[in-house]
Design a protein around this ligand. Structure first.
Ligand code: UDP
Ligand code: MN
Length: 320
């Protein structure tokens, strides 16, 4: 259907990388819907060009210099900047229905069936399940709704400082009115839930259709060695499931980084991928005591240094 679209948002180059991976993941699972990226004016020309290759429509939205109601509201509530930008989803009135997805989400299978749902459908938030999580939601663009939302923003603010607080306030009967607007959790599986309810994750996690890298540390905050398939970052901050993180990086490094290289040409840019560093060199970065300590605390780096392949290689070298 040409008048239905998946929509995401990126106000800077970091979130733009997330949007690129999300777009690729939707394409890889053969979505029949249009793909729209809303971007802020600070996204670089290179990132914009890459987004244009993945998305059908890349639209610059800037609440600061537009003359619309959000601009006026923004003067009163400068704290809600990115939030107002997300509300622009309702201004896409050339689509009858949209599924908004945060730029920190990744699609694991075709989810076009979400377009069978009504506004406002969303999955429960793992932190407070009577609220929906605004990382994935179904909406019907309408200038009337948009204006009401903006007005709601200025009058009531956001109880959590972000778009989720606004949307839960505005669509306040979500929890009780219509169960068909409760998306199954598999459409917005956030990393937090994995650790707070591990048995459920083990039982149902395999059915996940969308992963949401909710929280402070995003996939693009790590570095990745594509050759060794190794991720590094602050182990203590690692709140995402390593398999999903690896899925994100595999797609980013194989399908997005080459597009970025094409756009940047000779200009330097940070792809987040480690180049030319051997595993041995990386092993020197962390002492064996530190490594043992991490093992004992259950923080084995089983995707990298402590991966099965590496342990086997070590054993082989002893046996020889
Ligand atoms: N976002 C953005 N720029 C920002 C912060 C957020 O473009 O500086 C967009 C992006 O699409 C992001 C969404 O707003 O996925 C919600 O923010 P985030 O995912 O960081 O919140 P969380 O899901 O961790 O609560
Ligand atoms: Mn998010």
């Amino acid at each position: 259907m040409a008048d239905q679209a998946f929509v995401t948002l990126a106000t800077n180059d970091s979130y733009a990388r997330g949007a690129m991976v999300l777009g690729k993941s939707l394409r890889n699972h053969n979505t029949a819907k249009k793909l729209v990226a809303l971007i802020g004016p600070h996204v670089s020309v290179q990132c914009k060009a890459v987004l244009q290759r993945i998305f059908d429509e890349v639209r610059v939205v800037d609440v600061l210099d537009s003359g619309d109601t959000a601009h006026l509201a923004m003067m009163k509530r400068p704290d809600l900047g990115v939030t107002f930008t997300k509300l622009h989803c309702w201004t896409l009135t050339h689509y009858s229905k949209c599924v908004f997805m945060d730029a920190d989400t990744l699609v694991l299978s075709n989810i076009d069936e979400l377009f069978d749902r009504k506004e406002l459908s969303a999955a429960p938030d793992p932190g407070w399940p009577d609220c929906f999580n605004s990382g994935v939601f179904v909406c019907c663009p309408s200038m009337e709704t948009y204006d009401k939302l903006v007005q709601y923003c200025t009058e009531h603010g956001s109880f959590d400082g972000g778009d989720q607080g606004i949307l839960n306030g505005f669509f306040g009967d979500w929890a009780t009115a219509d169960i068909s607007k409760h998306l199954p959790f598999i459409y917005n599986v956030s990393s937090v839930a994995i650790y707070t309810y591990m048995p459920a994750f083990k039982q149902f996690g395999g059915n996940a259709k969308v992963v949401h890298f909710l929280g402070k540390t995003k996939p693009w905050n790590y570095t990745f060695d594509p050759k060794a398939k190794r991720l590094s970052g602050d182990a203590h901050e690692a709140t995402s499931h390593p398999t999903f993180l690896m899925d994100w990086w595999m797609l980013y490094s194989s399908a997005v980084v080459p597009l970025l290289y094409e756009q940047y040409g000779d200009q330097p840019f940070n792809s987040g991928c480690v180049k030319g560093e051997s595993l041995e060199a990386q092993a020197l970065l962390i002492s064996s005591e530190e490594r043992r300590e991490r093992w004992e605390q259950g923080q084995a780096d089983y995707l990298g240094l402590d991966s099965f392949e590496n342990i086997q290689r070590k054993l082989d070298s002893f046996l020889k």
